[in-house]
Unconditional design. Structure first.
Length: 460
């Protein structure tokens, strides 16, 4: 059934003109179809447009929320507040999330974070550190490109920038420890982790990076003649981070007029005699050393001396690898009576005077007759003369006071002690006066039929 497209009058089948309004009905069906098609297309397109519009609005809303939340999360003041709260609550996970190190070798792990948290909870300068963070946060809130000084152990920093917002972190500056020690051969531990070994008697080396905070520094040495296990508490946040470890390890030259005496270290028999060992060590401070010997069926024990050293930076230029003489006296052994006391005293006085002449003239002839052939002291005098000549020194013995002497065994050997004063003029003409307490051992030379010095027992 058809209807007039103009007035809606009902049309009969085959009727091409409306009997009511006279409108021609030709192609009306095709037009009607065209109208219906256009109406449908507009409807479909209108539906898609609404969906697209809704999607756009949703995206804009999501982006807005993202930016709002992102800015809230990366607000410098909020980052600082979150960090301080995490430290107070011992929240290692949150602190680790907020931290970044200025040195990539400093690990931001649980152990280091724990060190930092413990320090910040007890640090005397905590309030100043936090005030500085608040100041930096205020500056960056006003200008994310603000140039901030970052000298403190913790600082606020710009970590990275994206299209919409800036990310902020707490920057931690690492600490370093410089070890200065004379404990040669000792291992260095920081919080029970080995970090190095002291390789000389005048050792200096910087270790790090470390998380700022408190540490246990330990030096450990285990040797044949002694051991060391010292622990130090170190605050790496202090401005002075050079640690001078007290004491030192050193080889010793144990000396005595009794060369057959046996050496004991910390009450343990070394199985060696004085004459068998040119040096013994390395020896640690507080080590006790003494000698034993047997005379006429009776046992004697020497004085007991404790090896003790204090760190003295003024002696840094001293030859630390040269063994130090360590004289041990058998005070309980009175020795034997002898009529040769005068001869031995003259021997020492003549030696002291002629040694000075040899140093000034570079001629050993005059002094050699007072020295036992190929003895230790003979070698030392040659080195003494060589050293004086190389430095251009002029040496004059001003006095030689003899304080003690002792003849031992069959009266053909013993020791004698002196206090010697010298005038020393350097190559620039400057004069100094120095005094030395010395001890010598002597023995009788059957070939020359005289006493001669064979060893410098001590000199200080």
């Amino acid at each position: 059934m058809k209807f007039c497209i103009k007035c809606g009058n009902k049309l009969e089948e085959g009727q091409n003109v409306c009997t009511k309004c006279g409108t021609k009905i030709q192609n009306s069906l095709s037009q009607n179809r065209g109208m219906n098609s256009g109406t449908m297309s507009k409807g479909v397109l209108g539906g898609k447009g609404k969906i697209a519009a809704i999607a756009c609005v949703a995206i804009i809303v999501l982006v807005g929320i993202f930016i709002y939340v992102g800015k809230g999360q990366t607000n410098p003041k909020k980052v600082v507040a979150d960090f301080e709260a995490a430290v107070d609550q011992n929240d290692k996970v949150k602190v680790k999330e907020l931290l970044v190190a200025s040195n990539k070798d400093l690990k931001i792990d649980d152990e280091n974070v724990d060190i930092l948290i413990k320090h910040l909870k007890t640090a005397s300068d905590r309030d100043n550190l936090y005030k500085n963070l608040d100041y930096q946060a205020s500056r960056l809130s006003e200008d994310s490109k603000a140039d901030l000084q970052k000298y403190n152990i913790i600082n606020l920093t710009t970590e990275k920038k994206s299209l919409f917002f800036t990310d902020y972190k707490i920057l931690v500056n690492p600490s370093y420890i410089t070890i200065n020690s004379k404990l040669k051969g000792s291992d260095i531990y920081v919080n029970n982790k080995k970090v190095g070994t002291i390789t000389s008697n005048n050792f200096t080396k910087k270790y790090g990076p470390f998380m700022p905070g408190l540490y246990k520094l330990k030096t450990v040495y285990k040797g044949k003649y002694g051991s060391i296990n010292k622990v130090y508490s170190i605050d790496t946040t202090l401005y002075t981070k050079t640690i001078k470890l007290a004491g030192k390890m050193q080889n010793l030259e144990v000396t005595s007029e009794e060369e057959d005496a046996e050496i004991f270290v910390d009450n343990k028999d070394t199985g060696k005699k004085v004459k068998d060992m040119a040096t013994i060590g390395p020896i640690a401070e507080n080590t006790k050393i003494y000698l034993t010997m047997e005379k006429d069926g009776k046992k004697y024990k020497s004085e007991v001396r404790t090896v003790g050293y204090d760190y003295d930076s003024s002696n840094d230029k001293k030859d630390e690898d040269k063994p130090e003489k360590f004289f041990l006296d058998f005070r309980s052994y009175d020795g034997v009576q002898s009529t040769n006391e005068g001869a031995v005293k003259d021997l020492v006085r003549n030696y002291v005077s002629s040694r000075s002449d040899a140093a000034n003239t570079n001629n050993l002839d005059a002094v050699e007759k007072f020295l036992y052939p190929d003895s230790e002291i003979s070698k030392e005098v040659k080195e003494y003369v060589k050293n004086a000549q190389s430095k251009g020194l002029k040496i004059t013995n001003k006095s030689c006071d003899i304080s003690a002497w002792k003849f031992c065994g069959d009266g053909k050997y013993g020791r004698i002690s002196t206090y010697e004063v010298y005038s020393i003029v350097d190559k620039n003409g400057e004069e100094t006066t120095k005094g030395f307490y010395c001890g010598y051992s002597f023995k009788f030379n059957d070939q020359t039929n005289s006493f001669q010095l064979n060893r410098l027992l001590e000199s200080n």
